[in-house]
Design a protein around this ligand. Sequence first.
Ligand code: HPA
Length: 283
Amino acid sequence: MSGRLDILRPDWRDRVAAAADWLRGRGFTAPTGLVLGSGLGNFVDALDDVESVDYGEIPGFTTTSVAEHKGRLVAGLAGGRSVLVMQGRLHPYEGLPLDELLLPTAVLAGLDVTTAVITNAAGGLNLHFVPGDLMVIRDHLDMHFDDPLRGLLAPEAETGRAGRPYRLYDPDLAQLMREAGAATDVPLHVGVYGSMWGPAYETKAEIGMLRRAGCDSVGMSTAPEVALLHVLGVKVAGLSCITNPAREVGQPELSHGDVVEVGMMVRDRMARLLLAFLPRLDD
Ligand code: HPA
């Protein structure tokens, strides 16, 4: 078992380790992990030598309630590189305690993942963004306004984290992502992701606030996962797939179905980008 889990609260660490051991025994381990956002799950079609397991079968996993999420962990080769892919995720709006919400993320770290690519479907706050665009996340604003790691770490680790600088998204990975974008002709923005509670989309006033606060994209996931991966020593690249404009004026009415549909358009671009990005990793 990977020693990096030692910083977790002992009883939670045991639950994470039990799930990770169960998966490891079935061959689910890789240096790179990916989490796929709403409507982006089809990236797994680009993998070779695929094995998968439904979240419901994994000891300790809570199954996701969002209908179009498949809710499974997939292992395979992406451009010859071994990867673990979480197809479907839990969201803070599901109201779960943090140790349930973040258990799958911790398990990923327990399966020897050293680099993670966290993707999401997001609204475009930046006025230059159009649906179908991709944005490398350079930082986020966590509008849950709560510590996503509260109570999850062992007391020593809790003390160790106080006052430490907090650079969550790895700049070298962001650069590799941009190089992969240039090599595949997939244009990439770089910006700040705003992580909201949801599940309703933002009010116009919230959209205005987020844009003035410096956010370029907005969604309902990612920030808690990235905070945990960071303390567990996993390097993170973040990617927003812009599925709709988020505007203070002229905002179109949006259904979840609309977002999933544009998600289907951007997912091909994202797959192309990731297939060029993953072989550039060197660990
Ligand atoms: N807001 C929040 N989450 C989202 C959006 C949005 O506009 N689009 C896709 N996920």
